[in-house]
Design a protein around this ligand. Structure first.
Ligand code: F6R
Ligand code: MG
Ligand code: MG
Length: 368
């Protein structure tokens, strides 16, 4: 059976700063999706990660369906009303345009979706990250799908040994989608050359070279490109099909044990380590650290099982402690050097004013 899995997420307001949405807002979104989505959806699941709410849906409308996107948009609008009633912080912050225009891409919410021919057993992972941007998934994806040091399937399963096709987007390019396709293993150095720049080049999709089926879909929206100004980090979501001719669940998860440094953290303007957290986790230290959650599902005839919380295991407590240490270490140097993002990536404009004022006070020293 052909099924489309669509995940759409937005920050529509939270309690106590940019921490976590309220139960009432989440309930409202849930209620709206289940009543209005009745004839349209096969199944749905609502969750939160930091201050973001994600709506995961299965249906037969294909990718980019205006009906499905409108349902999510309207659910977020409804949720925003409750957020306003409760005086939540940043109510409706990711709904950047006032009216829906056929597709939520370019309107603020992040989208990851895949139309798939369901396998007999169809396990997949739904990742949601907060206080970071879509490039945060570059390194884990590179390692899970090209590096036998992390993905033993590349050595042990001939279907994986055929390699993968990566579709990479230049997210700095605003007029239209600028994309490139690279095949691994032949082009891994070229792929690495792009993926080292997480702010500009982002993995959008990965396909099996064994049978051309899609393994991965990542949201690639950059809110500051849409709004032209700071609106919060882009907080990316991602769908990853696993097992069989794809990487195994554990091979994908293993790459998150790195807790690699990503852009985001406080005011979307710092580097911090990405911490794998339990589902529905909130945000804390220095508006961070950047977090990622993972729901593991199986889907059959479009019906979802209950999720398993992939980072809820004693192993990840040890990782979380290490990541906390990494977060403290980089925070010790405050604003200096790599602790903060380069000028062009700072999410707040205040420093531009400071620089303008200081610029006038510089003098060229006269040679003696
Ligand atoms: C980062 C984030 C927070 C806010 C910070 C200031 O993505 O959401 O770190 O940037 O709490 O928020 P405002 O400017 O809304 O007071
Ligand atoms: Mg926010
Ligand atoms: Mg967020």
């Amino acid at each position: 059976m052909k099924v489309t899995v669509t995940a759409i997420k937005a920050d529509i307001g939270s309690i106590g700063g940019h921490i976590r949405p309220s139960k009432r807002v989440i309930e409202r979104v849930k209620e709206y999706v289940s009543t209005e989505g009745g004839g349209l959806l096969i199944d749905s699941y609502i969750s939160s990660t930091g201050d973001d709410i994600a709506i995961l849906m299965t249906h037969e409308q294909g990718e980019g369906s205006d009906k499905i996107h409108k349902l999510a948009w309207d659910a977020f609008k409804e949720g925003t009303e409750v957020a306003k009633e409760q005086g939540l912080y940043g109510a409706g912050q990711d709904l950047l345009k006032s009216a829906f225009s056929g597709n939520v891409k370019g309107l603020g919410p992040a989208v990851a979706e895949m139309e798939i021919e369901e396998r007999k057993a169809e396990p997949f992972l739904f990742f949601a990250a907060d206080k970071t941007d879509p490039g945060a998934y570059n390194l884990p994806l590179y390692l899970s799908f090209t590096d036998p040091m992390y993905c033993s399937g590349l050595l042990l399963n001939p279907q994986l040994s055929k390699g993968f096709k990566f579709v990479v987007m230049d997210v700095e390019h605003i007029k239209g989608d600028r994309v490139i396709e690279l095949e691994t293993p032949e082009e891994i150095y070229s792929l690495a050359a792009l993926l080292r720049d997480n702010q500009r080049f982002v993995v959008e999709g990965i396909y099996s070279r064994h049978d051309q089926t899609q393994a991965v879909a990542v949201s690639t929206s950059r809110l500051h490109n849409i709004a032209g100004t700071y609106t919060g980090k882009d907080d990316p979501i991602m769908l990853v099909r696993v097992q069989g001719n794809f990487a195994a669940t554990g091979e994908v998860l293993s790459t998150f044990s790195l807790g690699h440094y990503v852009a985001g953290f406080m005011r979307g303007s710092h580097n911090g380590p990405l911490m794998p957290v339990k589902i529905n986790s909130s945000i804390s230290y220095f508006d961070g650290p950047p977090i990622v959650s993972c729901h593991a599902f199986s889907v059959h005839n479009g019906k979802l099982t209950e999720p398993v919380d992939a980072f809820d295991h004693p192993f990840w407590d040890y990782i979380r402690n290490n990541v906390s240490a990494k977060a403290l270490e980089i925070r010790r140097q405050g604003f200096s050097g790599p602790a903060m993002l380069p000028y062009g990536e700072l999410e707040y404009g205040g420093i531009v004013e400071v620089m303008k004022k200081l610029d006038k006070r510089f003098e060229i020293r006269k040679a003696k």
